[in-house]
Design a protein around this ligand. Structure first.
Ligand SMILES: Cc1cc2nc3c(=O)[nH]c(=O)nc-3n(C[C@H](O)[C@H](O)[C@H](O)COP(=O)(O)OP(=O)(O)OC[C@H]3O[C@@H](n4cnc5c(N)ncnc54)[C@H](O)[C@@H]3O)c2cc1C
Ligand code: FES
Length: 273
């Protein structure tokens, strides 16, 4: 069963208590909920954050932007998100000074199910680009359940790599970069042949990243073992109302899943990518 965190009530103003650039154009923000202890988030669930452009760039709010939870305090009050600047929305969020607030909707979505691997088992986590952050919280939850984790993480180049040390505290980390400036040259698919990968025989696979990467994971692992994919589609409402973010059901081509509401995590055999 995929998981859904107890939702936060509607929108909230979250206080920015830390904002650090952790790689080129990539920021880690710690966002504090105003209420006292809540429930810890499930891995793979996300916040829908409302960026407000600075006055020099129009001063207006733009559509909310979905951003995964990368880490959490034990009580779920402090949530860490990792943002890559790709456009105006993520730029405005990454420019938020410590001490200011951001309007947030969520937690939203069905997350990964760590129970797909029994204690003592092995899980393979595959991520690329902005699909890497939610795998950190997932790896933590798996390790807490005594699951051995291997992470295969893909980045553009060495300057793009973040949290390699924090991931290494949770399991074996294999890194690929497009230009080979860190780890192996190529994509996460090319990591299959590096030392440590072939010997690792997982009980389940979890993945988050760009569509070509998810298609590779679906093809390579989906038919053989439990495989969960998080789809990072562009979203509008974020709550299942507008059907802007759909994916076709594998068994019933007439049925469309809403990625924001029914996902973003789906079983690999459940969807057509
Ligand atoms: C469930 C979910 C979780 C996400 N988690 C994270 C996260 O943890 N960290 C993070 O940095 N980003 C994450 N994203 C992606 C993030 O939401 C987008 O990068 C962001 O909305 C872009 O907004 P923008 O205004 O900066 O860029 P825009 O101006 O809207 O777009 C800039 C460029 O990025 C492309 N783009 C925008 N959204 C996406 C997308 N979803 N997938 C691929 N390309 C896109 C556009 O096509 C365009 O080329 C997540 C997306 C989803 C759906
Ligand atoms: S973004 Fe509106 S239904 Fe998903």
């Amino acid at each position: 069963m995929r998981t859904r965190s107890t939702p936060l009530p509607g929108t909230q103003l979250l206080e920015v208590v830390a904002n650090d650039e952790i790689a080129r154009g990539v920021h880690a923000l710690v966002l504090r909920r105003p209420d006292a202890a809540g429930s810890a988030p499930d891995p793979g669930t996300f916040l829908d954050l409302l960026p407000v452009l600075p006055a020099a760039r129009g001063g207006a709010p733009v559509l909310r932007r979905p951003i995964s939870i990368a880490d959490s305090s034990a009580d779920g009050r402090d949530l860490t998100v990792i943002l890559r600047i790709v456009g105006e929305g993520t730029r405005a969020l990454c420019e938020l000074p410590v001490g200011t607030t951001v309007d947030s909707l969520g937690l939203l979505g069905h997350g990964f199910d760590p129970d797909a691997v029994a204690p003592g088992g092995r899980a393979l986590l595959i991520g690329g680009g902005v699909g890497v952050p939610p795998l950190h919280l997932l790896a933590r939850r798996l390790v807490e359940r005594d699951v051995t984790v291997q992470l295969r993480l893909g980045f553009r180049d060495a300057d793009d790599v973040f949290w390699a040390d924090r991931f290494a505290e949770l399991g074996q980390v294999l890194i690929s970069t497009d230009d080979g400036s860190a780890g192996s040259r190529g994509t996460v698919a090319d990591l299959e042949s590096v030392p440590g990968a072939a010997e690792f025989s997982p009980d389940a696979v979890y993945a988050c990243g760009p569509l070509p990467m998810l298609r590779y994971v679906q093809r390579a692992f989906g038919p053989q073992m439990p495989t969960q994919l998080s789809l990072e589609e562009r979203m509008a409402c974020g709550v299942g109302a507008c059907y802007a973010c759909v994916v076709t059901d594998a068994a019933d081509p007439g049925h469309q899943h809403r990625i924001c509401y029914d996902g973003p995590v789906f079983d690999a055999q459940e969807v057509v990518l």
